[in-house]
Ligand binder design. Structure first.
Ligand SMILES: *[C@@H]1O[C@H](CO)[C@@H](O)[C@H](O)[C@H]1NC(C)=O
Ligand SMILES: *[C@@H]1O[C@H](CO)[C@@H](O)[C@H](O)[C@H]1NC(C)=O
Ligand SMILES: [Zn+2]
Length: 682
């Protein structure tokens, strides 16, 4: 029923008021066991109220609420998500759904008029009328002050949970300086992470939730990756290009399986200035459907194959999960490669080659070890044939993290978009559909790198991607230092800087005399500069410099005569050291488990698990459900949500332990067909 008639049917008095305040009505489906009947949560809030899903989850006492799919909304409210409003609520829903009501509406004064807008119409009514009506339905209603709750969650001081508050206090670093990191990575990882990325000047928060500013310190990492990757893909014959960010609804929805995976997160442009657009326009969540109509147009004969295009762009996925810098952001930068081939073999070969490049970006540039593998059917890219992946590991939390994916799409898209060529065996034979791939790596890599190497002093940047690789700092200058000596030291430091730059070491000098050397050390450590080069009176007289590594504090005395060779060597040693340490961590925490009884305990000790598995999707779901710890209220960890989360399959590793004859699946009684890596993940 359309909005106006629904309101009339309920004899809800509407008013004419052009200053009515916009509202939003959204239905969420909390996570439930498969067999349980879902209890949807209907959110009714002012449009301007930020309603993060973690606050919603806590208020409504539900797990992982997600925007409900169309069928569920229709089942409960008898209208589509675009039509749902409070006018679709009545007594018959009491006991079947919950309402979360914005306190700004519940506690509004008499004057406030709300605007309800659905696809079929708009109406205005007094807030008090709306609230009265909600009461009259008898549906369980929770009133939430979103701003206050969000602040409480952010500061970790949920009133109920004073133990947690103490833990936060505990996590405070004793000798923390004000400019530095004030929490312990080992004790409060998420606060530590947000401090490291902001104080290390990697990014800044922005006033649109889930969006962040990439500052030069992180953008430089991205540029290094771009430069490296461009060289390698161009050798493979890939060309860069750019497609528009807008996509029409008709085109976006062309490939059904594919779009279903993205639908709840697509952001739409519905208005230009004050006029509603006739056809709403989506912002790409990925570009398959944007690009492929043109592949169809450009590929006419087998001589047009292969077609290999890549673009460096941003995509938008309007997620409602708790955002996290670099890892889960509503807009992110990535590259997406899209290629079309005459044969499956040629396409499959490219999928592997790209995956190797991704692994090398992680290992050779970012010093982050990864495991290469294939996604299970459950976890693969929707609409594709198979997905390969590189999977990383965050030792501090014991969670896996997807690094980048390279998909073989088979011919599903080429059939949908008619990307076809004449059969090389003759024009009378059926046309041949192209075999396609798509592959992407995003700025999430930067987050993985930060989480892996950084410490309680701040960022640790691997030398190969660091914007600044070495900072030269004059030391040992006191009030007794003569002007002549001061000049000699400052000049000496500047000379070191210049000589390093001349051999392409990215060096800078910090000659500010308003700060002490100690203050400068802390600042550059916070920003993650790999080497600090101290130059003082003793260095001057011995024609040397003192070099300190950011990652382990190791000190080196370097003869000035050997500067040009030694500094690059020490940078490379550090680069190797970082990878080795991270690789040891990953190896130690990737554990083969064959018995289910060991599975959850191993998982809970911050490990990922490699287990024999039957390959069955339902068994995979069962593993996920059975490894989620039961909700005992103790470990309600909202933004980390780690302990309550089940183990997902991360990948079927390319390098497999050998299956024993008769080996059973770790979870069910079926024979194992492969080892699979499972873990809690980001
Ligand atoms: C691809 O197409 C085939 C046949 O049309 C279909 O069986 C398969 O499910 C499709 N794959 C995906 C992932 O949609
Ligand atoms: C696909 O494109 C080719 C070449 O233009 C055309 O001959 C063929 O009829 C098209 N197939 C479909 C199903 O549209
Ligand atoms: Zn099984």
């Amino acid at each position: 029923m359309a909005l106006a008639s629904s309101l009339a049917a309920l004899s809800l008095a509407t008013v004419a008021d052009s200053s009515a305040v916009e509202t939003k009505t959204v239905v969420f489906k909390p996570k439930t066991a498969k067999t349980a009947v879902p209890v949807p949560v209907l959110l009714f809030a002012l449009q301007s109220t930020e309603t993060p899903s973690n606050v919603l989850a806590k208020a409504a006492a539900v797990k992982e609420p997600r925007v409900a799919k169309e069928d569920l909304v229709v089942e409960f409210f008898k209208v589509s998500p675009k039509e749902v409003s409070i006018a679709n609520l009545d007594k018959s829903l009491a006991g079947k759904i919950k309402i979360v009501l914005d306190s700004q509406i519940a506690n509004a004064d008499d004057e406030l008029v709300l605007s309800l807008v659905t696809e079929s119409g708009a109406a205005a009514l007094k807030a008090s009328t709306a609230v009265e009506y909600l009461k009259s339905t008898g549906i369980e209603t929770v009133v939430v002050d979103f701003a206050a709750e969000a602040a409480a969650l952010a500061s970790g001081s949920s009133k109920k949970n004073s133990a947690k508050k103490d833990a936060k206090k505990d996590a405070a670093l004793e000798d923390a300086k004000l400019i530095g990191i004030t929490v312990d990575k080992a004790k409060d990882f998420s606060s530590w992470y947000s401090q490291v990325v902001t104080k290390g000047e990697m990014l800044d928060y922005y006033d649109v939730s889930g969006c962040y500013i990439l500052r030069p310190n992180s953008y430089a990492v991205w540029e290094t990756i771009q430069d490296w990757f461009n060289v390698h893909i161009k050798k493979m014959g890939v060309q860069n290009s750019y497609f528009p960010m807008f996509v029409s609804q008709r085109v976006l929805e062309k490939e059904k399986d594919h779009i279903e995976g993205f639908a709840p997160e697509v952001a739409w442009v519905t208005r230009a200035g004050n006029s509603e657009l006739d056809e709403h326009i989506a912002i790409r969540p990925t570009s398959e459907t944007v690009m492929y109509p043109y592949y169809s147009k450009w590929i006419r004969s087998h001589r047009d194959l292969p077609l290999k295009l890549n673009q460096w762009n941003s995509v938008v996925r309007w997620e409602f999960k708790h955002p996290q810098p670099f890892l889960r952001t509503r807009e992110f930068l990535w590259q997406e490669g899209h290629t079309a081939h005459l044969t499956k073999e040629e396409a499959a070969k490219e999928v592997d080659e790209i995956l190797d490049l991704y692994a090398r970006i992680y290992e050779e540039l970012l010093a982050v070890p990864v495991v290469k593998g294939k996604k299970t059917e459950n976890e693969k890219f929707a609409g594709g044939d198979y997905t390969t992946t590189v999977e990383g590991f965050i030792a501090a939390t014991g969670r896996g993290i997807q690094g980048a994916t390279s998909h073989h799409l088979g011919t599903n898209f080429s059939k949908m978009f008619n990307i076809s060529v004449e059969n090389p065996d003759g024009a009378d034979k059926p046309r041949v559909f192209a075999f396609q791939n798509s592959w992407g790596l995003s700025t999430r890599v930067i987050g993985v790198m930060v989480m892996t190497h950084s410490d309680n002093k701040g960022l640790v940047l691997p030398p190969r991607v660091a914007q600044t690789q070495a900072v030269v700092i004059p030391v040992g200058l006191t009030s007794k230092t003569t002007d002549e000596q001061r000049k000699a030291i400052n000049d000496g430091a500047a000379d070191i800087e210049a000589r390093l730059k001349a051999v392409d070491v990215r060096a800078i000098g910090d000659y500010r005399d308003i700060y002490t050397p100690g203050w400068k050390f802390a600042e550059w450590e916070l920003k993650g500069v790999p080497l600090r080069i101290e130059f003082g009176p003793k260095d001057l007289s011995s024609e040397q410099a003192t070099v300190v590594r950011r990652d382990n504090g190791a000190k080196y005395t370097v003869k000035l005569a050997e500067l040009e060779t030694r500094i690059p060597e020490i940078l490379e040693e550090m680069q190797k050291g970082l990878l080795e340490k991270a690789r040891n961590d990953f190896n130690e925490h990737r554990i083969v488990v064959e018995d289910w009884k060991d599975f959850v305990p191993t998982l809970n000790s911050k490990n990922v698990i490699v287990s024999p598995w039957c390959g069955d999707s339902e068994c995979e779901d069962d593993i996920k459900d059975s490894s989620a710890t039961k909700d005992d209220g103790e470990e309600e960890e909202v933004d980390e949500k780690a302990p309550s989360m089940g183990a997902k399959s991360l990948c079927i590793p390319k390098e497999q332990p050998e299956l024993k004859p008769g080996q059973k699946c770790v979870k069910c009684d079926k024979p194992a067909i492969t080892y699979c890596m499972f873990g809690r993940s980001y």
